[in-house]
Write a new protein. Structure first.
Length: 259
């Protein structure tokens, strides 16, 4: 006590230095990955690499988001204390639990997935049913191409398979292609809108953009029920609005040069 009182300046400086060092590792920061990357011989190095390159890694979704554990300690024992080991049913990353684990953050896909036959089978422990990781990887957050999606469906529903229904795959590919085309149209509309100088006009175009972007995302989410009526309906609305917006923008750019 006496020592602390006689060196107040030193204490304050030391404290300040400590605070600066620990500032990046602030309340929300996850320390799990730091230690795993430092342990070259640690488990599952490919998984680490996939996380690093993924939308999850970029968005700062830490290891604890799926595995649990305490991300604010560098003590291995404390960090892992609450982590379920092994591949059992209590493990949040067991493929059967992934819909709920991923669904904490992705409620749109999760809600739709829950209405599917796939979900029912998965919950009943059927190893033939797909889970979130079947199409998105364990951590990588892959987004399949239309062709990739078709081949994924065909892996279970293709010719000669037990669950043969090849029309599912063809339909899924067609709808995903249309989703992508509409998204591409909206992406180019967005970059044009940014260049519109009149603020009132820009705001009005931005409004139309959102009126198309929302049903487009609803279509992507609805796909997770694997019954495509709602996808078709939402996609139809999104496409019509995206095309109307593109027309508006085309008329605008025809007028601008003759100013
Ligand atoms: C101090 C370093 C360190 C920290 C911090 C750390 N880990 Fe680990 N982790 C390891 C090492 C080394 C292993 C392999 C040895 C073992 O299983 O204990 C491991 C194992 C694991 C495993 C495999 C467990 C199994 O048996 O299936 C998972 C999952 C895991 N860590 C996740 C995490 C998460 C999530 C966090 C943060 C909440 C975290 N780790 C924090 C070093 C660390
Ligand atoms: C988006 C969810 C998610 C995130 C984030 C995530 N993982 Fe995983 N992890 C999984 C899934 C799913 C598996 C596969 C589990 C299985 O097949 O049993 C897995 C498997 C593992 C395994 C192998 C476990 C075993 O017992 O074989 C380790 C180790 C691991 N992850 C560590 C990490 C570390 C370290 C991080 C952070 C850099 C991390 N994970 C981030 C979902 C995630
Ligand atoms: C803690 C919240 C959280 C959890 C849990 C989580 N994610 Fe994510 N996920 C995110 C965030 C944040 C992004 C980045 C969003 C963005 O870039 O707009 C993302 C992005 C994605 C994307 C889109 C990638 C893209 O390029 O648009 C997919 C697919 C995805 N996650 C699947 C999963 C799957 C599958 C799981 C479970 C294994 C999972 N996520 C668990 C938060 C989470
Ligand atoms: C049979 C394949 C398949 C399964 C299983 C699957 N998804 Fe998807 N997911 C897709 C496709 C296809 C898209 C649309 C990709 C695109 O728009 O480019 C998508 C899109 C997403 C997105 C991005 C949505 C957005 O807002 O743009 C997220 C997040 C996601 N899925 C999470 C999940 C979760 C969580 C699960 C498990 C409950 C799951 N997915 C199961 C195929 C699948
Ligand atoms: C990992 C394997 C697997 C994948 C991948 C998969 N399915 Fe399935 N699917 C099944 C199984 C198993 C059933 C149950 C079939 C049954 O009960 O007759 C099923 C059932 C269905 C059903 C309900 C069938 C019915 O008649 O009630 C639809 C629709 C469906 N799948 C569409 C798709 C589509 C579309 C894709 C790709 C986007 C896909 N599935 C990918 C395994 C899979």
């Amino acid at each position: 006590m006496a020592a602390r009182l006689s060196f107040p300046a030193l204490c304050v400086t030391a404290l300040a230095a400590l605070l600066t060092i620990s500032a990046p590792a602030s309340a929300q920061q996850s320390l799990c990955a730091d230690c795993h990357f430092a342990n070259a011989g640690g488990p599952n190095p490919i998984h680490l690499h996939e996380w690093d390159l993924s939308a999850h890694g970029r968005a700062g979704v830490g290891c604890e988001a799926c595995h649990g554990g305490n991300p604010r300690t560098v003590e291995s024992f404390l960090a892992h204390q609450m982590i379920v080991r092994g591949h059992g049913l209590e493990n949040p990353v067991n493929r059967r639990n992934l819909p709920a684990t991923c669904g904490k953050c992705h409620s749109g896909p999760y809600t739709e997935f829950q209405s599917s036959r796939h979900y029912l089978l998965l919950r009943n422990g059927d190893p033939a049913a797909p889970s979130c990781s079947t199409c998105h990887g364990d951590v990588a957050a892959y987004l399949l191409s239309p062709k990739g999606l078709e081949s994924e469906c065909n892996g279970c529903h293709g010719r000669g398979k037990k669950q043969e229904r090849a029309e599912y795959a063809a339909n899924a590919r067609y709808l995903l292609q249309a989703t992508r085309d509409t998204r591409a149209l909206l992406d180019s509309a967005r970059s044009l809108i940014k260049r519109v100088t009149d603020p009132k006009m820009r705001e009005s175009l931005q409004y139309d953009y959102e009126q198309a972007a929302v049903p487009l995302q609803e279509a992507a989410h609805a796909g997770h029920s694997f019954v495509f009526d709602k996808v078709e309906e939402r996609l139809g609305v999104a496409m019509a609005r995206a095309e109307a917006l593109a027309d508006r923008l085309a008329n605008l750019s025809v007028r601008t040069p003759s100013r």
